[in-house]
Design a protein around this ligand. Structure first.
Ligand code: AMP
Ligand code: GLY
Length: 440
């Protein structure tokens, strides 16, 4: 196929990275990102002068009809539904019913991410190692459950999680009974997503992420990564969508086979057996604990910021990979990644995650973009009269590569120092990838 049109559904750094991956393909002539962000065409125009890059802001990721209108307008050759709200809304099903060539799991298969109760029960049915849990739609029963836990084990660590999607804010850590009651109370503030919730054992260990692509029957592991969820260094502060990532994650190095066998293979097999084949990107959030590997969660899409640290290392044509997956022909596809390490550092606006400061000018990104072995992806950026301004919490991502984590960090961090957000409003973590640097 020549000059193929690809429509990507989503807005942030992940979708910018996907746009880059598709534009690299010899088959793709045009990429449309809905809603996207201004920085995508701003930064990719020069890299792909012969290709068209369009953003379509007039849509709502939770409203399939608004996205269907865009799909109809562009009659794309491929639609990649990359964002969780859009997947949970059933957009993939809607588009498929209309005859579009779509990549992403159906609404039912997306339940592995968007319905945490369904997901934990699925893991239980298939003996996938997980924390112990209970699920509730009723405060009194939930409180009785935790009273029993704390009377037996007063030092218990628990996680209380809204069953539905909450933009990364739905998991609350509680270290005693009062904190647990408060967390149960908080579930009401998540609207429909918090009407039912899970209370689960808190795991202790090191977290990692693994990304696999599946055509429903066969799958291939693409790579591993480590995300840094809290706002401040040393895993301190409130949880965010993710403040940085690196790939691959050394903690997974000697246990990749085990991770595959225990935590990935049973999902693909189990979902196929249950008549809900998983076709898309499976994202495992795992933890290596003293009692072995455990699942924290599964997601039904690429991680943000993990995608930014993984996709630039793919050594095969992404459009061909996704087409092979949609056709059910993944088994014969030669999926390759390079052996570099990449670190993705998020530049956020101060005030993130609750109240990021907006409308401040960003300077220095153009210079960073010119550096070899470096990519800059955008999220909360508005372009006005050729200048860049903050318009969201996570603003930009610097992705630096090296032959190992030490060189990748050495390349990435000085570049971060070249960027400013007006009024000293740039915030970033200084320890992305540091665990692996110490291990190296
Ligand atoms: P989630 O919203 O499920 O992605 O959870 C956000 C973060 O909370 C995870 O990345 C973990 O750091 C932490 N977390 C969630 N569930 C657990 C658990 N059962 N044990 C330990 N940490 C957890
Ligand atoms: N990296 C966290 C997420 O994408 O949910």
């Amino acid at each position: 196929m020549k000059n193929a049109k690809v429509l990507i559904i989503g807005a942030g750094g992940r979708e910018h990275t996907l746009a880059d991956a598709y534009l690299k393909s010899k088959h793709v002539g045009r990429v449309i990102i809905a809603p996207g962000n201004d920085f995508i065409p701003y930064s990719l125009k020069e890299r792909y002068p012969d290709k068209k890059i369009i953003i379509e802001k007039d849509c709502n990721l939770k409203d399939p009809d608004s996205l269907l209108d865009i799909a109809e307008f562009y009659t794309s050759d491929l639609i990649d539904v990359a964002q969780d709200d859009a997947l949970a809304s059933g957009l993939v099903d809607t588009l498929k019913e209309q005859g579009y060539n779509v990549f992403g799991p159906t609404k039912e298969a997306s339940n592995i991410e968007s319905d945490k109760i369904w997901s934990r029960l699925f893991m239980e049915r298939h003996s996938i190692p997980s924390p112990s849990f209970g699920f509730f739609d009723n405060t009194a029963k939930a409180e009785e459950y935790v009273r029993n836990i704390y009377s037996e084990e007063p030092d218990s660590l628990l996680y209380i999680k809204a069953s539905g999607l909450c933009g990364g804010k739905g998991a609350i850590r509680a270290e005693n009974i009062d904190e647990t009651y408060a967390a149960i109370d908080l579930m009401k503030t998540f609207g429909e997503s918090g009407e039912s919730f899970v209370i689960e054992e808190g795991l202790i260990g090191e977290e990692f992420s693994v990304f696999a692509i599946s055509d429903g029957n066969n799958y291939k592991i693409i790579n591993t990564a480590q995300d840094n969820k809290t706002l401040y260094d040393d895993d301190k502060g409130p949880n965010t969508g993710g403040m940085g990532a690196h790939s691959p994650a050394l903690v997974t190095e000697d246990i990749r086979y085990k991770i595959d066998e225990e935590l990935i293979a049973p999902v693909i097999k189990g979902m196929a057996e249950e008549g809900v084949p998983f076709k898309g990107i499976l994202y495992l959030g795992g933890m290596l604990t003293d009692s072995g590997l455990k699942v924290i969660e599964y997601n039904a899409r690429w991680g943000d910021p993990e995608a930014q640290a993984i996709l630039p290392g793919l050594q095969c044509d992404y459009y061909e990979l996704i087409q092979a997956c949609i056709k059910g022909d993944l088994k014969n596809f030669n999926l390759k990644t390079d052996d570099k390490t990449r670190v993705c550092i998020i530049g956020a606006a101060k005030g993130y995650p609750d109240n990021p400061i907006k409308g401040c000018e960003i300077t220095g990104l153009d210079e960073v973009m010119e550096t070899d072995g470096v990519k800059v992806y955008g999220a909360g950026i508005k372009v006005k009269d050729g200048k860049l301004y903050t318009s969201g919490g996570r603003v930009f991502n610097i992705v630096a590569e090296g032959q190992d984590i030490v060189t990748a960090r050495k390349k990435g961090y000085p570049l971060m120092g070249m960027v400013t957000i007006e009024g000293n409003n740039l915030h970033y973590r200084t320890d992305i990838g540091i665990k692996d640097e110490k291990r190296y």
